[in-house]
Ligand binder design. Structure first.
Ligand SMILES: Nc1nc2c(c(=O)[nH]1)N[C@H]1C(S)=C(S)[C@@H](COP(=O)(O)OP(=O)(O)OC[C@H]3O[C@@H](n4cnc5c(=O)[nH]c(N)nc54)[C@H](O)[C@@H]3O)O[C@H]1N2
Ligand SMILES: Nc1nc2c(c(=O)[nH]1)N[C@H]1C(S)=C(S)[C@@H](COP(=O)(O)OP(=O)(O)OC[C@H]3O[C@@H](n4cnc5c(=O)[nH]c(N)nc54)[C@H](O)[C@@H]3O)O[C@H]1N2
Ligand code: SF4
Ligand SMILES: [Mo]
Length: 719
């Protein structure tokens, strides 16, 4: 039998008969929603939960339409195996799991355990992220696990760890944003990527200043008191330039610097070497605007810098984040009320997903895989010899680049990512996926990645299962089942346990429920940096979520959680934050004579990430049926294209034809396209897989392209 997992218990707090409080399946805002099973299901009705203190009754169109995925005709409910003639054909669960386990065993015997790999996701609950990490290290014995968070907030995470000694995206609740007097949104387009956050920013604006740094005049930038429309990839220079001016204008808080930090003097010397006029040339932001920005940030009693993927998804993302933490530390803001630096985490469980061991360098609780004490603690819990615990594996892009006979990874299990669309240099990755001996995709829908899979295993979706997610504030919340699961689909947890059983490790993978997995996760994180040991499902239900760290205290279960960090100390032994010397460097690829334009990427309000889910939702497809490349009117006239025309965009890695959107909102030296589609209009065919040296984040936000009008229009529907 496949299952050691009992079905999740139904939520105990129905608001109305058959109504359940749960959370949106998409972004890190994790809007509270009330889901009602119409006539007992499977049709679900979704409303925003007015009682949840983060979204306060608001949601975006993706959340409101999320239930369309549950009873969708394309939903997978039967395992599929690739047949000799290349089709995916239905199979029983036993046949599918036997096939996967046998092939994994054969490949491990022939090529060693490191030939087996898994790719996880910030969409997975904490329980799934935890169990996937354990599965790869214990049942497969491989070091090779990483996840799509490496494409997401890895640079901010690394920067915060280096500056503050801990990485919690927002070190304060979202409500603090409404109270800050000066808010600098740096490369974050929240009006489209987290619409319900705008209610807090609206409050903020009623008494404070809003500044936005973005090469495009986005919906968010349009609301700002000041928009800094910088050259793509010049963020580090700008942030250092702001610190230079702060020092020059005597705006730094020297008392705070002396009491709470170390390393300022070296940073001061380094930033004073670069003159503001040089910064103006590098960034395109006038000295006047630089001055206005830093004066607002310094003068107000509270100020905040929040970054999105714009400055982070660069090959210098970590140094850029360190320039942000340098600036906010020098101004004496970090840890003060409604102040400091934060990263707006993106994926539903982007925060928890990076804490529980699906990162190549990490063990649960933010333990480090090369720290002997952390290894010993996990080996003890898992009942294995510490020496048997694999070491550090490859980072997301490097892992995918190593697929196939040359790179040595022969089998890949994918849980929660459409890597064929989401990865930079996407055609190259498609070829790598096609060269695998075993590709297993666990998903509720077929997508571009499953197109070459040998096995596709159908999973339960958000409204059918239980588990915890950690939102962008570090608040651990509970996903609760709102309807019955369709016959034929299984939870990711069940799949992992069933495979572990077949691989001879069943005794370490027997859990009666997701909550039982959470109980092991609590023990795994006790005493670690991301300590969840004092959290329980019951406590989350009672308190609308619990902020980590939440250690076990006496009496047990009594710790209230930690909404605000850094009030008294930073997470280093001496309690002081660290300054870091960081210097501007160009993007890995800059426009030149052959490829004269910048190309950058991002998001539409209506679609989510690779589009694997939202391209299934009729209302969203109707609103945004295809990607369009944004072109400045001057550039459009030089190129000879008009709105609705077609533009061929080429980089050193590939060529894509987009429909044209002419807009004065973008710089004339830059093209922008969303990455929500694969196939012929995949933005990632163009992007550069240059990686940040420490976070291994790819440079999604900057590469060089050339463009010409297409002789024929973009053909019909996009795959
Ligand atoms: N609608 C929608 N919402 C989402 C998602 C989605 O796919 N769709 N995904 C979720 C996830 S996983 C994430 S990570 C977040 C991302 O949320 P955001 O970070 O807000 O999203 P992006 O659009 O990727 O990037 C933000 C902005 O960076 C700008 N940018 C491009 N290049 C540069 C640069 O060189 N410097 C600067 N400063 N800015 C630059 C882009 O023009 C864009 O407006 O959104 C989450 N929410
Ligand atoms: N050019 C460019 N590329 C980018 C970015 C960019 O800004 N520009 N952003 C990057 C960022 S920030 C991110 S986060 C990535 C995201 O891109 P992806 O990693 O592709 O993430 P999603 O599109 O969210 O894919 C999620 C898949 O997981 C499935 N899924 C959802 N929940 C579960 C679950 O619980 N279990 C399982 N097994 N499957 C599940 C969904 O059905 C879907 O197929 O893209 C990155 N790629
Ligand atoms: S996608 Fe994000 S902002 Fe939109 S409803 Fe879902 S959680 Fe809320
Ligand atoms: Mo993301």
């Amino acid at each position: 039998m496949v299952s050691q997992l009992l079905p999740a218990t139904r939520a105990p707090d129905p608001i109305a008969p058959l109504a359940t409080r749960t959370h949106c399946p998409y972004c890190a805002f994790q809007c509270g929603m009330v889901v009602t099973a119409v006539g007992g299901g499977p049709k679900l009705e979704v409303q925003a939960d007015p009682a949840f203190p983060v979204n306060r009754g608001q949601m975006c169109i993706k959340g409101f339409t999320a239930a369309d995925l549950i009873d969708h005709p394309a939903r997978l409910t039967t395992p599929r195996l690739r047949t000799r003639d290349g089709r995916l054909a239905p199979a029983t669960w036993d046949a599918a799991l036997d096939f996967v386990a046998e092939r994994l065993t054969r490949l491990r015997d022939a090529h060693g355990p490191a030939a087996l790999a898994a790719f996880g996701s910030g969409a997975l609950t904490n329980e799934k992220a935890y169990l996937l990490g354990k599965f790869v290290r214990v049942a497969l014995g491989s070091p090779n696990i990483d996840y799509n968070g490496r494409y997401c907030m890895a640079s901010a995470a690394a920067g915060q760890n280096q500056a503050f000694g801990i990485d919690r995206g927002l070190p304060f609740p979202v409500a603090d944003i409404a109270r800050t007097k000066a808010l600098l949104l740096w490369g974050a387009n929240c009006a489209e990527t987290m619409p319900p956050l705008m209610q807090w920013i609206g409050e903020q604006q009623s008494g404070g200043k809003l500044m936005v740094v973005d090469p495009r005049r986005t919906e968010t930038a349009r609301l700002a008191d000041l928009h800094l429309q910088l050259t793509p990839g010049s963020d580090l220079a700008l942030a250092n330039g702001l610190l230079h001016l702060a020092i020059d204008e005597r705006l730094c808080d020297l008392d705070y610097i002396a009491r709470r930090t170390q390393g300022f003097e070296e940073v001061r010397r380094a930033v004073m070497e670069v003159h503001p006029a040089h910064v103006e040339r590098l960034t395109g932001v006038s000295i006047d605007d630089q001055l206005r920005t830093v004066r607002w940030l310094a003068a107000e009693e509270s100020s905040m810098l929040l970054s999105g993927r714009g400055p982070e998804q660069q090959s210098k993302g970590v140094d850029t984040v360190l320039a942000f933490t340098n600036l906010m530390l020098a101004l004496g803001k970090v840890g003060k009320p409604a102040s400091g630096y934060g990263c707006l985490t993106g994926q539903g469980n982007g925060q928890g997903g990076r804490e529980h061991g699906q990162k190549a360098d990490q063990l649960p609780g933010y333990r480090l895989i090369d720290n002997p004490e952390d290894r010993a603690a996990m080996a003890r819990l898992w009942g294995i010899d510490p020496a048997a615990l694999p070491g550090k594996g490859k980072s997301a892009y490097e892992l995918l680049d190593a697929l196939g006979p040359e790179g040595g990874i022969r089998a890949l299990l994918v849980f929660g990512s459409n890597v064929a669309v989401a990865s930079p240099n996407a055609r190259h990755i498609e070829r790598k996926l096609a060269s695998l001996d075993l590709l297993v995709v666990c998903d509720a829908f077929e997508n571009e990645t499953s197109a070459t899979a040998h096995a596709v295993l159908p999973i339960l979706q958000w409204a059918e299962e239980e588990g915890t997610m950690t939102n962008l504030e570090g608040r651990v919340i509970l996903r609760q089942p709102a309807c019955a699961a369709p016959a034929g689909a299984k939870s990711d947890l069940e799949i992992l346990c069933a495979l572990a059983e077949r691989l001879g490790h069943g005794e370490r993978f027997r859990f009666s429920s997701p909550e039982a997995v959470f109980d092991e996760l609590r023990r795994a994180t006790a005493g670690a940096r991301a300590d969840y040991s004092g959290i329980s499902y019951e406590k989350i239900r009672r308190a609308q979520g619990v902020f980590w760290p939440c250690p076990t205290v006496d009496p047990p279960g009594n710790h209230p959680g930690t909404p605000r960090l850094f009030v008294d100390r930073f997470a280093f032994p001496d309690g002081r934050a660290r300054f870091h010397v960081v210097r501007h460097r160009p993007a890995a690829e800059l426009p030149d004579a052959a490829y004269p334009l910048y190309f950058t990427t991002g998001r539409y309000k209506e679609h989510y990430n690779s589009g694997a889910q939202t391209r299934q939702v009729a209302a969203l497809v109707e609103a945004k049926p295809a990607p369009r490349v944004q072109v400045h009117p001057r550039l459009a006239s030089t190129l000879g294209v008009a709105p609705g025309g077609a533009l061929v965009v080429e980089s050193r890695r590939g060529s894509v034809t987009f429909e044209v959107e002419v807009s004065p909102d973008i710089r004339a030296d830059t093209l922008f396209a969303p990455f929500h589609w694969g196939g012929k209009s995949s933005a990632n065919v163009l992007t550069n897989p240059a990686l940040d040296p420490s976070s291994r984040m790819p440079e999604f936000k900057v590469c060089a392209v050339r463009a010409r009008a297409a002789s024929t229009p973009v053909d019909g529907a996009v795959p």
